[in-house]
Design a protein around this ligand. Sequence first.
Ligand code: ATP
Ligand code: MG
Length: 747
Amino acid sequence: MSIHEALDTLNPMQREAAVHTEGPLLILAGAGSGKTRVLTHRIAYLMEEKGVNPWNILAITFTNKAANEMRERVNRIAGMGAESVWVSTFHSACVRILRRHIEVLGFSSNFTIYDADDQKTVMKEIFRKFDVNTKIYKERAVLGEISHAKDELITPEELELNAGGDPDARKIAGMYKEYQSILRGNNALDFDDLIMKTVELFQHNPDILDYYQERFRYIMVDEYQDTNTAQFKLVSLLAEKYKNLCVVGDDDQSIYRFRGANIGNILGFEKVFPEAKVVRLEQNYRSTKNILNAANEVIVHNTERKEKTLWTENEEGDKVHFRQFNNGFEEAEYVTGEIMQGRRSGRFQYKDCAVLYRTNAQSRLFEEKFLLANVPYKIVGGVNFYARKEIKDLLSYLKTIDNASDDLAVRRILNVPKRGIGATSIGRVQDYADNMNLSFYDALRVVEEVPSIGRAASKINDFVSFIQGLKSKAEAYTVRETLEEVIELTGYVKELEAEKTEEAQARIENIDELISKTESFQEAMEEAGQPATLSAFLEEIALVADIDSVDPDQDYVLLMTLHSAKGLEFPNVFIVGMEDGVFPGYASIWSGDPSDIEEERRLCYVGITRAMKELTLTCAKQRMIRGETQYNRVSRFVREVPRELVDLGHTIQEKKPRVDDIVSPKSAYAQMKMNFQAKSTLQKKDFTVKKADSLDYGEGDTVRHVKFGVGIVKNIADGGRDYEVTVDFDKVGVKKMFAGFAKLKKI
Ligand code: ATP
Ligand code: MG
């Protein structure tokens, strides 16, 4: 297809955005309006029509899968050359930059990337060192604080300054500092570091920044609503010189605020780039009228949004199906049955169907039913393949062979297989390494010098020569050969075979899968004309988001969280577990902060707008959660869809649900259009708590909130059903909340 033919497939607004190549451009538009499609055409247009060298283009996508798709599509329009365009995620782009330049920051270029598991191991070590009370602090929570600081580009020193006299905050700042120093010692970075270190690199090295500004004269960012402060800084630095920055996003689909995404980046774009052109797209090409209207009706209940209306010329389609069941088993059975039925009738293939849920744990019941019914499925997320024991063991060998400065990897395999090296000896080596400022592996290499090491020395020497032997072989081997050598010499698979259990068999299959991965890696690198090194392999693995492993040619049902579904589309979508307490989750209902419910509602909007032809919402009256039976109301989000858009069908339970229990009687959307004031009342309807007769605190009192900490009550207003309390919190600033939910305690 020529570029002109390709442009003809765009509507006038889309075309305008695609050909506006110079200067900052913001495409702010709803779901399915062709934002991603515009980006693809824009890249092709830059290359084909404007003669821009593909080398000068950078496009940032949210997943590696999206990056591959975009590259393929550009190729289809522009033909050759697209492989030189950098299409990648923020993280992959930063890894590539850091591999070239990180030495100026004092790391070596073969640094390791730590995953969540590695981070936790490091934090455990810090907790021991700092003698932390694990009843008060949790590793994950401290890691969360550190990650949040990095999203905001806050260094340990700055965090300490911010902490002032607060002993709690000072302690966390201290742990952050220690964490960074351990990572540096291991020549490792975590995911957040990838962004923060790249920003640091650019800020302190104007010549390097200038090189990349020249290199990336045209920059595009998809899913811009979910960028955090650090990512925004990175993009602004790169675009500072030529200002050819095009960002696309939808404020209604911002679903990562809990992870530090800063919606200010999109809402404030025109402030940072006053000369920015803004394009709005309003036609949805993805969904039927009924599905799109349902999405509009739900999202309009949010107060913090830019008003926009999406319309479509697509067919009306089926109504949105809603089914309520007695329990989760029946719900899963129904969904399985519907998918099989849809396939039998020829309407859908398995891969046209997606089951979306709020949390990973919800997948299990569906997996079980799919297995029983022989329905092929694939889980995106959940227990990540690369987090499995056998895979981590073998990858730790590869990491040790590649970069023995990763202490975690070395320690993990020291006794895999058992080498009889005791915990005391390991502790002595670690102490020696700490004292001498050596990596753990380097301390192993000079084990004779470790005080009171005794007879363990010879076992350790055996281990070191084993690794050194593998290292020298690896230089001439392919990744697959190295892996197979490790498996052979450690007897890893032989040991599993000897176990003769089903579990061991499953592990062997996983190892086979890893071998297949090395093979496909080899092929891909050869095709791209790049060296298939062990470092490159480990890097690729460190970066694969789960969605990347989905093969579009295979026919299976996809199961994933609503978060993972962003940017994707499927003909037939099931959103399950539509219950207050599941979706929206309890945490958001009880936090007392209405913006938490709004984030859940945006997630619901993302879910609904994934559907092209059919959408089914399901829920259960009772459900087992963490071993306890819960009885939940139908999700408020279902109740926000007006009755005329919903088909209640015949459920497999005996009784139909009472219509008034489920669907709001009148179109809230229509009401909204007539009266903006209605917004605040609707918002209040979310909270059905009866007003407490009196509050045990008043204006001026100091109170504590579970999430926000300590603050001072500024105002108490009668909000009808409940009091609206305004509190100025030390940590998070002013928040307005409903007293019944906020559960504020006077202190
Ligand atoms: P999301 O907000 O979910 O990321 P989006 O705005 O990026 O959605 P796209 O994924 O680019 O939307 O497009 C949605 C669907 O509509 C795709 O299948 C795309 O091919 C199709 N589409 C977009 N624009 C047009 C058009 N002008 N003509 C025909 N189909 C189109
Ligand atoms: Mg998109």
